[in-house]
Design a protein around this ligand. Structure first.
Ligand SMILES: Nc1ncnc2c1ncn2[C@@H]1O[C@H](COP(=O)(O)OP(=O)(O)OP(=O)(O)O)[C@@H](O)[C@H]1O
Length: 399
């Protein structure tokens, strides 16, 4: 047909279906046809397809980002489903990357979605990241956060990172223009004190932060292609659901001269990261002395505990979980003494058995109690209440 209409931009094109699909966002002057084409020609890697990665992936796929990589070695677990909204009950046990791809491909068949069913590591990440324009850190552990940032610095890729715990979240865009990298902000790893699995997380909170990552991704994709012309100023965004104001936007320092990853005297080269695993690990994780490194303590199995409860009902049984967890489910012989209160217990004698959810906190409690009560015989239960549910009472709820 004679070319009497003008509806595309040079060689890059959108199909009629794409005009219809993205029309509501294309009519905004900040986006328009050039913006939609910029999104289509962008590629984004999402590392971690959990509480943050699911909403982030959902919105960037819906918005028309052309190529999306999903990297996660984990499988869908029932306790993910209250917040990881791309996965569903029928997908329990399935790879998270594959589960998300199924959902996303149905949401937007135009997207080119690639999956990597593996964990990001110093050995695979340089190769994977090289193919993408923008990287999203949606993981939940310090080692991976440093690794992703270091690899992004090496490739010169911008990184949109977020985290969430309980009712709070934060977001930062790293390594873009003169902005800092994760190591500029956090030069030294800290001993990790808590996590979602220990302290809890509310779905809408992590969902909000993942959605904000999607929003920053769209803005950044437009910025990188010259459509969004706002000056980029490094910032950190803080969110707290129960405080006012709920949102705080704080300007942050630019790149640090002293940074080991992006400063002028950087030492974190690709070959160092790939081939010095133990030295590199010490720069990414302040591993607290693990219980394994310490002198062994006496421990019993859940089945031995069942016998003890029957044979010695009058001995002291302590459950060192937080009261809210004790309220969810407990063994009636056990008195609730949260870990923070253990430090003032110096009047114990005889046999004392300590339990927690999975057998980690109870070991710390036993060490403290042993020091405070040298005359008592104190021990804990291997794998805690999870072990009790597995080996003694399958009806006992796992959470
Ligand atoms: N090195 C890594 N490479 C890729 N994905 C990772 C890596 N480390 C963590 N992840 C993924 O990041 C996601 C984080 O999700 P989220 O914080 O919602 O918790 P979870 O690990 O799924 O569940 P929970 O913490 O309750 O056990 C997980 O899917 C996890 O597998």
């Amino acid at each position: 047909m004679e070319n009497i209409s003008n509806y595309n931009d040079g060689q890059a094109t959108l199909t009629g279906e794409e005009y219809a699909r993205y029309g509501r966002q294309m009519i905004m002057p900040e986006i328009g046809l050039p913006g939609q084409l910029a999104l289509k020609n962008s590629s984004v890697l999402i590392i971690g397809v959990g509480g943050l990665g699911c909403p982030a992936a959902q919105y960037i796929t819906a918005a028309g980002i052309g190529t999306i990589g999903l990297l996660d070695g984990d499988v869908v677990d029932k306790n993910n489903l209250h917040r990881q909204v791309l996965h569903s009950t029928s997908k329990e046990g399935m790879s998270k990357a594959e589960s998300a791809k199924q959902y996303l491909q149905d949401l937007n068949p135009n997207a080119n979605i690639l999956t990597y069913v593996e964990y990001a590591s110093p050995q695979n990440l340089f190769e994977i990241i090289s193919a993408y324009d923008i990287v999203l850190d949606c993981t939940d552990n310090q080692f991976t956060r440093y690794l992703i940032s270091d690899v992004c610095v090496w490739h010169g890729k911008p990184l949109i990172s977020a985290s969430a715990l309980q009712f709070e979240g934060q977001l930062c865009v790293y390594n873009y223009r003169n902005g800092p990298c994760y190591r500029c902000m956090f030069p030294n790893p800290t001993p990790v004190v808590t996590s979602c699995s220990k302290s809890g997380i509310l779905g809408p909170v992590v969902g909000t932060m993942g959605t904000m990552q999607a929003l920053e991704t769209i803005k950044l994709a437009l910025h990188m292609k010259g459509i969004n012309k706002e000056p980029f100023v490094p910032f950190i965004l803080l969110f707290h659901t129960f405080r006012f104001p709920q949102w705080k936007h704080i300007r942050i320092r630019s790149r640090q001269q002293s940074c080991a990853a992006c400063g002028p005297h950087k030492m974190l080269t690709r070959s160092f990261i790939e081939s010095s695993p133990s030295e590199y690990a010490t720069l990414c994780d302040a591993v607290p002395k693990t219980e394994k490194n310490l002198n062994p303590i006496k421990r019993i199995t859940p089945r031995e505990l069942a016998n003890l409860i029957r044979e010695s009902p009058s001995m002291t049984f302590l459950d060192v979980r937080e009261p809210v967890q004790y309220g969810i489910c407990n063994l009636p012989s056990f008195k609730n003494v949260p870990l923070s209160e253990v430090y003032s217990m110096n009047d114990l004698s005889g046999k004392v058995c300590v339990i927690c959810r999975s057998g980690n906190t109870s070991q710390s409690a036993v060490r403290t109690l042993q020091e405070l009560n040298p005359g008592a015989e104190i021990f804990d239960v291997i794998s805690g209440l999870q072990g009790w549910s597995k080996d003694v009472d399958p009806q006992f709820p796992l959470y």
